[in-house]
Design a protein around this ligand. Structure first.
Ligand code: NAD
Ligand code: IPM
Ligand code: MN
Length: 357
């Protein structure tokens, strides 16, 4: 199983290399056969060659790889983020990764946030008119096709049912943005009829954000269009304890191709210091392992990452003094303690007796 690794920019180039040894160790111990190639798409390449996502990249990824593991894009030398849109939005759109899962993991449980990932205000439809070097008219259209909203809503409701969820909330703004808002409401209500286990509710995005921050406990599943989902995922990260903790998976349900990345960006304010929290990147790898059906490996990785976050290796954003590398050393040490047993159990083909693990 080949994975394309794109560290990207800033702390992406720190957290991605730091977390890869854990993936390799798990792949070997569980016999997953995961292999990866690293691609240096990002700001340096863009500034040197003008190339963001190289021509033919999408076809090659779809043909030779099962997934992408991405760090982050964003560089102060490219203030308009042109390269980031080319690469990141290019991957999401080019590979039809229209389901973006961004779990909000809280003490009371997990809120499953699903964000549509390819259309809406990110559709790339728009333009501007300038006069004497100043923009006088600017248009970014919010575009949704019934086809993508239906596929998205149906897939997410199916996932929520599989996870045993009982409640799902559609977040919208149909009072002020009526056309796409009504399309989403209509599709949501029709699709929900086929899921009697799920109780649906609809909330305006502004009051939803207010309610989520005041008390997240009533929420189980959230469906949101592209920009709303982007904003809600950072609010969710704040509720979790910081952007260093929030992970994500972008999936094409038809091909099963997926991209895994932390929710955070390239964090120029701490890039180069070696103190970025690798938790979100590592947990994105756990989402990758889950996605490909390796739940036991994912669970072990999660346990070790959670353990490191509670140890003296915790990074400054968590109130600790650890570095990115010390955090992952802690993860690897715990993995190494667990994995020999795992190897032996696999080889013997029998469960370990009590006390052996
Ligand atoms: P950001 O997520 O990079 O950083 C916001 C704040 O959170 C900063 O104070 C940062 O230090 C902190 N933070 C983020 N991740 C952290 C981690 N792992 N450990 C510790 N602290 C962490 O958001 P921003 O500053 O608004 O954006 C910086 C650049 O990243 C911009 O160019 C933006 O466009 C880009 N961006 C890219 C992605 C992506 O590639 N998916 C996501 C968001 C932002
Ligand atoms: C994210 C980021 C991206 C987005 C940006 C960098 C284009 O904020 O992945 O959350 O808006 O989707
Ligand atoms: Mn974002």
């Amino acid at each position: 199983m080949r994975i394309a690794v794109v560290p990207g920019d800033g702390i992406g180039k720190e957290v991605v290399p730091a977390t890869l040894p854990a993936l390799t160790a798990l792949s070997e111990a569980f016999g997953l056969g995961i292999d990866y190639d690293v691609f240096d798409w990002g700001a340096d390449q863009w500034l040197a060659t003008g190339v963001g996502l190289p021509p033919g990249a999408i076809d090659r990824l779809a043909r030779d790889y099962r997934a992408v593991f991405l760090g982050a894009l964003g560089d102060p030398r490219i203030p308009d983020m042109a390269h980031g849109r080319d690469i990141l939005l290019g991957l999401r759109r080019g590979l039809d990764l229209y389901v973006n899962y961004r779990p909000i993991v809280l003490e009371h449980g997990v809120i499953d946030l699903y964000r549509e990932n390819t259309q809406g205000l990110y559709a790339g439809v728009g333009g501007s008119i300038s006069r004497h070097g100043a923009v006088t008219v600017a248009i970014d259209e919010c575009v949704y096709t019934r086809e993508i909203v239906e596929h998205f809503v149906r897939h997410c409701l199916g996932r929520l049912r599989e996870q045993g969820r009982r409640k799902v909330t559609l977040v919208h703004k149909s009072n002020a943005v009526p056309n796409t808002g009504r399309l989403w409401q209509d599709v949501f209500r029709r699709e929900l009829a086929a899921f009697p286990e799920l109780t649906g509710s609809e909330e305006y995005v502004d009051s939803f954000c207010y309610n989520l921050v005041r008390d997240p406990t009533p929420y189980e599943g959230i469906l949101a269009s592209n920009l709303f989902g982007d904003i809600i995922s950072d609010i969710g990260a704040a509720l979790m304890g910081g952007l260093g903790l929030a992970s994500s998976a972008s999936i094409c349900p038809e091909t099963n191709f997926a991209l895994f990345e932390p929710v955070h960006g390239s964090a120029p304010d701490i890039a180069g210091k070696g103190t970025a929290n690798p938790y979100a990147a590592a947990m994105s790898l756990a989402l990758m392992l889950d996605h490909f059906g390796h739940g036991a490996a994912a669970g072990l990785l999660r346990a070790c990452v959670t353990g490191a976050a509670g140890s003296e290796a915790a990074t400054p954003d968590l109130g600790g003094k650890g570095t990115t590398q010390q955090f992952m050393d802690q993860v690897m040490a715990q993995l190494e303690r667990e994995l020999p047993n795992r190897r032996r159990v696999d080889v013997d083909g029998r469960p370990a007796a009590a006390g052996e693990l």
